[in-house]
Design a protein around this ligand. Structure first.
Ligand code: ATP
Ligand code: MG
Length: 632
């Protein structure tokens, strides 16, 4: 069946469409209703059904024909270690940890915060929670004391799983000491135990009675078999906070059954991955991509998944390609920020390994600009497929669903709506706009399986953030600005609240960034709108140049960039200022925080920057802005 037909069927007959896919998985009890939309916008899938995510992702294979096959491949250039676990070994490890959690009082419905580096034990932790029906909330192992404390306060966990430390370019990143301080700061005393996985990276203090040693606990209490809990399809599997690119992170709540079915289906439909494949998502379990595509989806599908502790360029920019060669990785899922980081280095790094096993690279998280897309396609010699999604969606909303139909790629476009998603570009009143007109990207109800259930203990914020933007129209607001071309391909234009208004013309930040990125010296570009008395808003460019560019060339490059914008978009969009820095302020998930640049420039309050990657980038922007203001 073609994409068009499949997609149409998923919208017209959602119950038939999704129930067929759900039947491929194990249910203790079959659902009574595929979809309950009686309490919109709270959509519930497979209502009445009972299942267990861990059983489906692990036991089903460990007790079946995949017992001896690789499930989890851990590669850590940071620790200079690697480890491969078969489905049966994974089953054993998860079971041991589940027994430890239960012994220490974690019950069904309790929350468990996982604040760990990218080690297999963190993944055992997620799966063990799923097994016993505890709700995990993974907090990226690099977040600050205050970020962790606010998530502890919000989620009220009974237990925290942590390690002594993570590693970043060979240096320790403290974890356990951060947990100690975050617990002092958190406004709850819900936490009874902290289970500490000691990697012997740093010395950490253990608090008698509260803190438990991972190995000792496994040794003493890990032998008991733990029956997977029969979870309702609509029971929450996890809480995950959004990246906080635009403001205070939202605690996205994910269900069990709908998410499981959507992820399992996506492996064949979106990624075209199945038996014989080796899947690698370069993300971190701290992000939604890591939840879905390092842990749950590949395991549900029964393919080996690579979990990676490290960066794209450490110990050198050839590391990723050597890993692909080592394991014969067939499908890679990465982010534009990583591709752009690699693009800064000479191409020979990519050519030194045999990466012929790789069939496709997928990208999500930020717009994949056309120049980076073209570069990657050419150097890697495989299709590079952009797909668009959010923490809220759990899996892709827009994609070239190559497992359904391998559609022609248009550079810079995440193609069409994924099955189950009815996406439209609308105006501020919620009316669809003609193709070729910019507008807000919305999703028509009902939301497909896998989408968020609500925000943790905050139904009101769920409705307010996503559903109350248009009068008399119930539409899910993605928060992103988009356009469809004449063939219906979607192009993302940036965040809706970052749209520039220059002399009455509405421009997405992405449109200008795309043009400037085409400059051969550009490595990373961010465009923001700043207040301007005459034009309403003026265009400010803050960019990072490629590593070999010298300071002396900067003025020329700035002028060439201005000229590019004039030529390709028009004089109205001509940047008011062009500035170069060595790194841009980003969230720890690698997204550019344009609102921080704007706030610095305008001297406004910075707002919540607890999710920023590196505080120093704010100072860097401040210096660039000062320099610019001196020049003006
Ligand atoms: P917050 O909502 O807290 O501000 P966030 O939106 O950055 O944080 P995520 O859920 O991690 O948190 O990111 C989703 C967003 O990332 C999307 O709404 C979109 O803006 C951007 N995005 C993701 N994939 C793509 C893509 N392929 N093309 C363009 N933008 C993308
Ligand atoms: Mg968001």
């Amino acid at each position: 069946m073609s994409y068009q037909e499949t997609h149409r069927r998923s919208l017209e007959q959602p119950a038939e469409f999704w129930s067929g896919l759900a039947e491929e998985l194990h249910w203790y009890r079959r659902w009574d209703h595929v979809l309950d939309d009686s309490n919109a916008p709270f959509f519930r899938w497979f209502v009445g059904g009972e299942t267990n995510m861990c059983y489906n992702a692990v036991d089903r294979h460990a007790l079946g024909s995949k017992r001896g096959q690789a499930a989890l491949i851990w590669e850590s250039p940071e620790a200079e270690q690697s480890r491969t676990l078969t489905y049966h070994e994974l089953y054993r490890e998860v079971n041991k940890l589940a027994a430890v959690l239960k012994y220490n009082g974690v019950e069904r419905g309790d929350r468990v915060i996982i604040y760990m580096p990218m080690v297999p034990e963190a993944i055992f932790g997620m799966l063990a929670c799923a097994r016993i029906g505890a709700i995990h909330s993974v907090v990226f192992g690099g977040f600050s004391i205050s970020s962790l404390a606010s998530r502890i306060t919000d989620a009220e966990p009974t237990m925290i799983l942590t390690a002594d430390a993570g590693l970043r370019k060979g240096s320790p990143v403290q974890l356990k000491p951060i947990v100690d301080e975050a617990l002092d700061l958190a406004e709850t005393d819900s936490v009874k135990h902290v289970l500490v996985y000691n990697r012997d990276i740093i010395n950490c203090q253990m608090q008698e009675g509260r803190d438990l040693d991972w190995y000792e606990e496994i040794e003493q209490h890990g032998q008991q078999y733990v029956e997977p809990e029969r979870m309702k399809s609509t029971d929450p599997l996890y809480i995950l906070y959004t990246s906080g690119t635009t403001g205070k992170p939202k605690g996205v709540v994910r269900d069990t059954g709908g998410y499981m079915v959507a992820l399992h289906a996506s492996m064949s439909q979106v990624y075209n991955v199945g038996d014989g494949d080796v899947y690698w998502s370069t993300s971190d379990i701290g992000w939604v991509v890591g939840h879905s595509y390092i842990v749950y989806a590949p395991l549900l599908k029964g393919v080996p998944t690579v979990a990676y502790e490290g960066r794209p360029d450490h110990p050198d920019p050839g590391i990723w390609w050597r890993i692909i060669e080592k394991y014969g990785v067939t499908c890679v899922f990465t982010a534009p920020t990583a591709l752009r980081a690699l693009r800064k280095f000479p191409e020979h790094w990519m050519k030194n390994a045999d990466i012929s096993s790789m069939r496709r690279i997928f990208s999500a998280g930020e717009p994949l600009d056309a120049p980076t897309y073209e570069w990657a396609t050419e150097v890697l010699q495989v299709p590079v497929i952009d797909h668009y999604w959010q923490t809220e969606s759990g899996w892709s909303m827009l994609a070239n669903s190559v497992g359904i139909e391998d559609l022609p790629i248009k550079g810079g476009s995440p193609t069409f709506a994924a099955v189950g998603h009815h996406l439209e570009v609308v105006d501020i009143d919620g009316n669809p706009v003609p193709r070729g007109t910019k507008g807000l990207l919305v999703d028509y109800p009902p939301l497909p399986p896998g989408m968020l259930m609500t925000l943790w203990r905050d139904d009101e914020r769920y409705i307010k953030s996503y559903w109350s933007h248009f009068q008399d129209k119930l539409l899910y607001l993605t928060g992103d600005y988009a356009i469809q071309d004449e063939d219906g391909y979607f192009f993302m234009l940036g965040r809706a609240d970052e749209v520039l208004n220059v002399s009455g013309h509405r421009l997405g930040t992405r449109e200008i960034e795309e043009v400037i990125s085409a400059h051969p010296a550009a490595a990373e570009v961010s465009v923001i709108g700043v207040r301007d008395e005459i034009r309403g808003e003026a265009v400010l460019v803050v960019a990072v140049l490629k590593s070999h560019i010298s300071k002396a060339d900067e003025d020329n490059i700035a002028n060439e960039m201005r000229q590019l914008v004039r030529d390709r978009i028009g004089a109205i969009a001509t940047p008011h200022g062009v500035h170069f820095v060595s790194t841009l302020p980003k969230t720890r998930s690698g997204k550019i925080m344009r609102r921080v640049i704007r706030a610095v420039y305008q001297g406004d309050n910075l707002g919540d920057i607890s999710t920023i990657e590196d505080d120093a980038t704010v100072d860097m922007i401040r210096e660039a802005v000062d320099a610019m203001q001196r020049e003006l």
